[in-house]
Design a protein around this ligand. Sequence first.
Ligand SMILES: O=C[C@H](O)COP(=O)(O)O
Length: 255
Amino acid sequence: MQQASSRRHLIVGNWKMNGLSAGSLELAKAVAEGARDVGPAARLVICPPFTQLAAVAKALEGSKVQLGAQDCHQSPSGAHTGDISADMLVDLDVGFVILGHSERRQHHHETDGLVQAKVKAAEKAGLTPIVCVGETAQQRDEGHTLETLGEQISKSLPKDFSGVVAYEPIWAIGSGRSASVKEIDETISHLHDVIGRHLDVDDKSVSILYGGSVTARDAASILSIPAVGGVLVGGASLSAESFLGIARAALATTA
Ligand SMILES: O=C[C@H](O)COP(=O)(O)O
């Protein structure tokens, strides 16, 4: 089994629909500055809204923080009013893209099939997709968590997937109630098994992040779980202090 001490955690901040020009620049610069102290323990990625990508890309120049986006269209170009293609993101020095987040699955009716088409488009353009899967509170209460996640994994990821997966229980997102260490450990280990069974890739090559109410307080215990490859952070990524606190927790797990 992979040991915590040999890992380099991926710490991803998803700003969601937050950030105007001045605040975004200030936040990006503060994260870039603070990231110097994190050393090689973690790779940091911030995913601002589309409108701030160009400015944030400039603010991150020369830093160890990488840029991500929150979605892309499955087509490279064309008549898709209001959409953004993977190539457009690459053009702005974006390296990562979050796909299939539960907020998009729910509010934009994104299906597993559409998510898979977006994953293929992102990988073709050279982006690293971060594909989100997660169960609702009802699915969890009815004992359908593993079945739900297995279906999402097998239908959302192409057989030759080379990106990152984020396990985000929907009931934990923005609720202030993170899943327990035991739940995260068991579920992510199960996801590795599903990947090994359904995809044509070594399951160890796919890093799996946890997301859902992660804070600087509980980050160390989550990042100490050997199966966890990092965290996807929403609310706590909107402050440089809390986001960097989470990144420093990665450092503590390698000490
Ligand atoms: O993409 C991030 C997740 O939805 C987690 O958000 P949260 O940290 O605010 O719960």
